[in-house]
Design a binder for this molecule. Structure first.
Ligand SMILES: [Zn+2]
Ligand SMILES: [Zn+2]
Length: 255
């Protein structure tokens, strides 16, 4: 079955389910009007979607950094050498989206993680359908097993699976691993972040690596700040034979 037929079938099933079980916004808990419920692929109302995705600036295609004018070059890309080729971002790490990203880190934030995953999926899928190169495999940024245990899972895994499902590609479980517990990136400056993630990751399923040689990988995370984590993972994958790495992240913070 083609991607378009699968998406149509999914939409029809969703409409039928909505008739029986009316939908509520997962963020503000208001009912989602029928006309939007039928159209949307995620459980958020129009007002919340606008609040989450609003940005006064323009996101750099390469690193996702928001700048005030589109025609301005990206000084972050000029300063740093990124190994990934482009980044899809839902919005800036501020206001509504900042609160949402913090909320999805706990186990009670799973429905919201699903909704944000659906919004980000749509952004990636539209670009890939119309002009970007196809993605072969989606890989979430891994979390150390002790942190996964405390949070009872990973919201990044949920978002990555949503995107993989929307693109009809694979999203292997635990393909990458974290080799040690590092300091939280958010507590460090840009230079310390690069040191903090140096050799932090490894490929868990080395024997399956041949299946990814020459492939295009989409790395998924919930927030990107300096880009050090995604850069380190991109380098690891490229050194192991992956042809191209692109990234998708819910929010982009100030670098
Ligand atoms: Zn809402
Ligand atoms: Zn940039």
């Amino acid at each position: 079955m083609s991607i378009m037929s699968t998406l149509k079938l999914r939409r029809i099933t969703r409409c039928l389910t909505d008739l029986i079980y009316p939908r509520f916004c997962t963020l503000c808990y208001k009912p989602i009007p029928d006309e939007f419920a039928a159209r949307r692929d995620c459980d958020l109302c129009e007002g919340c979607i606008r609040g989450l995705t609003f940005s006064a600036g323009f996101s750099c295609q390469r690193c996702g950094f928001f700048r005030p004018l589109e025609r301005l070059g990206c000084h972050i890309c000029e300063l740093r050498r990124y190994h990934f080729e482009r980044t899809w971002v839902l919005g800036e790490y501020a206001n509504h989206l900042k609160r949402a990203v913090l909320a999805i880190k706990s186990s009670s934030g799973r429905p919201l993680a699903n909704a944000l995953g659906a919004l980000l999926s749509k952004r990636v899928r539209l670009d890939i359908e119309y002009y970007d190169e196809p993605v072969d495999v989606v890989i979430p940024v891994p979390t150390h097993w002790k942190r996964r245990l405390v949070r009872r899972g990973s919201s990044v895994d949920i978002i990555a699976k949503q995107i993989a499902s929307a693109l009809s590609v694979r999203c292997p479980d635990r393909f990458l691993k974290v080799t040690r517990i590092a300091c939280k990136q958010g507590t460090l400056d840009a230079a310390s972040r690069r040191i903090n993630v140096k050799d932090l990751f490894a490929i868990r399923q080395k024997k399956h690596m041949h299946a990814y040689r020459g492939k295009s990988v989409l790395l998924v995370d919930d927030i990107m700040t300096s880009g050090a984590t995604l850069n380190e993972l991109s380098l690891l994958l490229l050194r192991n034979g992956v042809r191209q790495v692109r990234c998708a992240t819910v929010a982009r913070g100030a670098a």
